[in-house]
Design a protein around this ligand. Sequence first.
Ligand SMILES: [Fe+2]
Length: 206
Amino acid sequence: MNTSSQDQTVNGLAPVQDSNLGIAVSIPQTSLVKSYNYSSLITEQDCHDAMACAQSIIDAGNYFKNSPPYQTQENVFGRTEPFWLKYRMTFLTSVFLYLGKEHRVANMMAWVYMTDRKTQPDRNTLWHHHNKHGMKGLSGILYLRVPASAAGTEIAPNGPEGNGKFYIEPNSHTWNIYPSEVWHRPGLNPTDEFRFVLAADIGYYE
Ligand SMILES: [Fe+2]
């Protein structure tokens, strides 16, 4: 695969911001989140197509009614459009690069989370992690579109009550990979413009 994957462990991280106000307080250096950029492979058109696809899924009412709106209730990695192939393969590549070698994959899925100022719940209710099955897993975040004044994703390496929280910068055409058991929550979107985030999980055998 012809990609420009590169490890941007440090550059992929933005300053820590206050949990709810968006005030920068520090810039931690960590290898917990690693970022892999695919600007040479994923185009603006792909990004547009992925958002349009997610929007159509949501417009059809196919989103989870018991989680913060709007999260597609469909594994978008199961779709056959060529642009999803790019996102699926670059996620898998990023995971193996993160791990340093290929692993046998147990399961993999992805969804799109679309939210704006009106639809985002109280951020104190949004802390979560993706370690659902008790097996080794990694998760990925790829920002399809983030309004200029909106934040990326807040990471809590030591849990929601712990210290050392930081934000992932809302980078373009980039998979940000982290262990599935790490607590996180979406950053604040104070605008009426939707933020589109592609998120993915993978479980693997050691
Ligand atoms: Fe998440």
